[in-house]
Design a protein around this ligand. Sequence first.
Ligand code: NAD
Length: 474
Amino acid sequence: MGDRQAVSPEAVIESVLSRQRAAYLADINPDLALRRDRLDRLERMILAWQERLAQAISEDFGNRSPVVTTLADIVPTRAAIRHARRHLKGWMRRRRVSLAWTGQPGSALIIRQPLGVVGIIAPWNYPLNLMLSPLVGALAAGNRAMLKPSELTPRFSEVLDAAVKEFFAEDEVAVITGGPEVAAAFSAAPFDHLVFTGSTAVGRKVAEAAARNLTPVTLELGGKSPAIIDASADLDSAVPRLIWGKLLNSGQTCVAPDYALVPRDRVGAFVAAAKAAAERQYPRLSSNPDYTSIISARHFDRLAGLIEEARDKGAEVIELLPGTDAARRILAPVVVTGANDTMALMREEIFGPILPVIPYDTLDEALAFVNARDRPLALYWFGSDRAAEGRVLNGTISGGVTVNDTILHLAQDNLPFGGVGASGDGAYHGEAGFVAMSKEKPVLRQSRLSAVALLYPPYGRVAAMLLKVLAKFG
Ligand code: NAD
């Protein structure tokens, strides 16, 4: 880092990128053994550094339980590594496909090739998983990668940089640290693919910067993910699951349920169940080490502002638990009833422990409410009425869905993960990540004979006959 600081971020990024690209060109298609070795090293790195990484993350937040970091950062990343390792050979296999008559009697195949150098920009909320899960896909697909962690997790970034240096050569994986200006320079670099995880607003800028290089991007963005409580839902099981998903990391989760749509006659019971669930999960909040601090004073003030504005405009704010402590950036969870679209908390992604509860009378009304907004990253539906479930699944579009729970579709490596519309573009996790960071190259191998040769000019009787057959059978 010493001499890096003397030069501009653009120059550092350019120099690492050109070294990685040269290394890629020297071995365009790393074999199975090398890819497995890189995945193994990534897992060994996580194991060797996990306490230091978790400690750094906790310091960056002010307080975050190592259990949260283990459950939501380390465990899913290690699962992704093992899943990739297990399926890698199959994913790398050439695929034979059948041929139209123009290719007969040749053969056709699809070869999956590494794209080259992948850039990965991650947010601060799950800094390890959101950086290293895309890296699993990148390395499995045979790429090299440059990583740009968030400036809001400076200690984590430092530890990650040291860990990566211990296990990877700089031309395999490198960490670039710095503020938003470094991130902007990073997104303007001519990567072969860019994975961006963060807000929709910054995602727009990243897409613009990448477009100038025609760099393909996977955009993993955010948005307001609804949780719909059906008339058939059992509140005793649904509400603790919803509250768990909302309060994990104090709501600072991309797929956290943002607001709840609740049948009008069940709002009272819902709020009582939410209170009971919050009390059970986070007793004595002000001194509870399981409850995560809000990442910065700026973010704390924004959330406090959302609550204040809603209250000023006539909404009812119901504290689920007492214990707000601004000095430690602990924000006690609240439910808000009577919220409407004049309030910022119904227009912006909340990203904190505030749950607006919107009453509805008919399922159609609830679906119309969801569909009138940007397409969400996640949607949750709770209930036992299969017909209603079918109407929700078919009648809405979102990045992903968990039925009768929250968050968990994200933890399945056989399910592609990604948003749609304002919540993102493209997907990763498991094979989806491998494919996103590969070129699927179609190859036609012509045989010594060629059907098309029958149609070479000069056009005579054979051509006329063939055209007749084609007119009939396509
Ligand atoms: P953010 O958009 O502010 O920052 C994300 C990253 O972008 C950071 O590393 C930052 O350094 C970088 N950045 C900042 N300015 C940039 C620029 N001009 N060009 C390029 N990069 C720039 O997001 P955040 O506050 O760190 O994270 C919260 C948001 O991320 C929420 O909206 C949340 O929903 C979303 N998110 C999405 C997912 C997902 O998987 N879809 C996961 C976690 C978080």
